[in-house]
Design a protein around this ligand. Structure first.
Ligand SMILES: Nc1ncnc2c1ncn2[C@@H]1O[C@H](COP(=O)(O)OP(=O)(O)OP(=O)(O)O)[C@@H](O)[C@H]1O
Ligand SMILES: [Mg+2]
Length: 225
């Protein structure tokens, strides 16, 4: 078995910057000469292209992966409907099988460091085999939590941290994503989170960072220890 590292990126909600952070991490690893690849085990919200269901996140992860991979290699489950994955799967009579996800993960990890992007938030159900958290526990990848900095994020962040800790999983670090350039008391909220979360803040992703595609804000060091 390979010793390539891997990280599981989860977030305080859907649409709060998991893909943006995953891409920045892939780019930063690449800049350090580390061959890395993205993995999105379950994607909901896909379009039919070139005889396959294709998801924007998966395309981005593929484009920022140093390892050449096909879309299906990095996305075992792709659903057309942009809805909760267990509902999208059930509507098609599909079981999201964790063994299939583990097989995809192991295949990638034997060749490169793997940056896994979860679906939605940490406790999102994936069907009869469990939730995103259960899938994360199976893969045993240390977690990076993306906090979408907006009103309500303290509660969402601390609930997620508690859920990670209660499962005995490793929170390796977290990212404050500045989704809203006008958030009131941004610095005070940041300080509150730094004091409350017993894992390093890997950086503040500035507003607009996905457009500039800069990963200079990201501190890789705690991840590579
Ligand atoms: N720091 C930022 N500044 C400006 N826009 C941002 C920032 N972070 C994320 N966005 C934008 O917000 C949207 C959602 O981000 P992203 O797709 O990374 O979220 P996600 O958590 O991966 O969502 P999903 O749950 O759908 O996978 C995207 O359009 C992205 O470009
Ligand atoms: Mg995403």
């Amino acid at each position: 078995m390979s010793i390539n590292p891997s990280w599981f990126i989860t977030g305080t909600d859907t649409g709060i910057g998991k893909t943006a952070v995953a891409i920045a991490l892939l780019d930063a690893l690449s800049a350090r000469g580390i061959t890395a690849v993205g993995l999105k085990p379950v994607a909901a919200g896909c379009v039919w292209e070139e005889a396959a269901w294709v998801n924007d996140d998966v395309r981005l992860l593929q484009a920022h992966s140093r390892l050449p991979v096909t879309l299906s290699e990095i996305n075992p489950y792709a659903f057309e409907a942009a809805m909760a994955p267990h509902l999208a799967a059930a509507a098609l009579g599909v079981l999201i099988a964790f063994a299939k996800i583990k097989t995809a993960y192991d295949a990638l990890r034997s060749r490169a460091a793997v940056v896994i992007e979860g679906a939605g938030g940490f406790l999102v159900p994936l069907g009869p085999e469990g939730s995103v958290a259960d899938c994360c526990a199976l893969l045993q990848a240390p977690i990076i939590l993306v906090v979408g900095m907006r009103l309500g994020c303290l509660n969402h962040a601390l609930l997620t941290v508690e859920a990670i800790q209660n499962r005995g999983l490793t929170l390796m670090g977290w990212v404050a994503n500045q989704l809203d350039p006008h958030m009131m008391a941004f610095e005070e909220n940041l300080t509150t989170l730094k004091e409350a979360i017993a894992a390093p803040c890997l950086g503040v992703m500035p507003y607009g960072a996905p457009t500039t595609e800069s990963s200079a804000w990201l501190n890789l060091e705690p991840l590579l220890k």
